[in-house]
Design a protein around this ligand. Structure first.
Ligand code: NAD
Length: 258
């Protein structure tokens, strides 16, 4: 029996990267999956990957920053599977590197709308379902960018820091209702988003992450599985940091070549 047998998981931003890897892993552990994304092509590809591996998945197109879309995605989950046990609020965008004074207001608004308001709307819509069902699990993707500052990413860093606080607050609100709510703070992970890092001004991931490599989306998915499953039955309100040691401190100097 898989760790998520009998469960239904709705994953946003599941058409790519971390969301896709999580959809595949959750399915392998027995969950039926709703793949949600604003980009249909990637979403359908993830559904195909899950099905090829013998799992069950459907795609729902949805923009997490729009309340009507979020309601549609949750309604489609309940129509398809009749239940919703795990919500992974994972969709996010980073945007280009722009210093604070040069950041257009609409760029700020868009990043906050997707990364922060999207987590709020997803949770707002799903919590009543989980209350009716007698419990559930919510996981949010924050970031190490919510723990330390990164020059050129003011809206991104602010949105991710706020996701950590929103996670804690919601966890406290619903802890006595059998709803566990946690977030994950990935460091530099090899996904299409990471391909967008500005070559002239990259976050110093490889130098700063003590393990001196990027993480793989599957390494984040494994932590999401832990948080989604009963293995984390006494864990709520926490931030699981998956960053190769980046936020642990300043890494050792590289040994000099002789
Ligand atoms: P990705 O670009 O591969 O995947 C993000 C997905 O979100 C895409 O499929 C995209 O279409 C979707 N999306 C974007 N806007 C959306 C919207 N409005 N509604 C619904 N879906 C939308 O990137 P990823 O690295 O897999 O990112 C997943 C999450 O991880 C994001 O929240 C990101 O901020 C976070 N994160 C990534 C890294 C990293 O280094 N890759 C580090 C820390 C945190």
């Amino acid at each position: 029996m898989g760790k998520l047998s009998g469960k239904v998981a709705l994953i946003t931003g599941a058409g790519s990267g971390i969301g896709r890897a999580t959809a595949v892993l959750f399915s392998r552990e027995g969950a039926r999956i709703v793949v949600s994304d604003v980009v249909p092509q990637g979403g359908h590809e993830t559904v195909d990957m899950v099905k090829k591996a013998g799992g069950q998945a459907v795609f729902v197109e949805s923009d997490v920053s729009r309340w009507a879309d979020v309601q549609k995605m949750v309604a489609a989950t309940l129509d398809t599977y009749g239940q919703l046990d795990i919500l992974y609020n994972n969709a996010g965008i980073m945007g280009k590197y722009i210093m604070t004074a040069d950041t257009p207001e609409e760029v700020w608004d868009r990043i906050i709308a997707i990364n922060l308001k999207g987590v709020f709307l997803g949770s707002k819509c799903v919590i009543p379902v989980m209350l009716r069902q007698g419990g559930g699990v919510i996981i949010n993707t924050a970031s190490t960018a919510g723990m330390i500052g990164l020059p050129g990413l003011p809206a991104y860093c602010a949105s991710k820091a706020a996701v950590i606080q929103l996670t804690k607050t919601m966890a406290l609100e619903y802890a006595d209702k059998n709803i566990r709510i946690n977030c994950i703070c990935p460091g530099g992970i090899t996904t299409p988003m990471a391909a967008g890092y500005d070559a002239d001004n990259p976050p110093p991931f490889k130098q700063s992450q003590a393990m001196r490599r990027f993480g793989q989306p599957e390494e984040v998915a494994k932590v999401a599985l832990y948080l989604a499953s009963d293995d984390s039955s006494f864990v709520t309100g926490t931030s699981a940091v998956v960053d190769g040691g980046w936020t642990a401190g300043i890494p050792k100097a590289k040994p000099k070549k002789e």
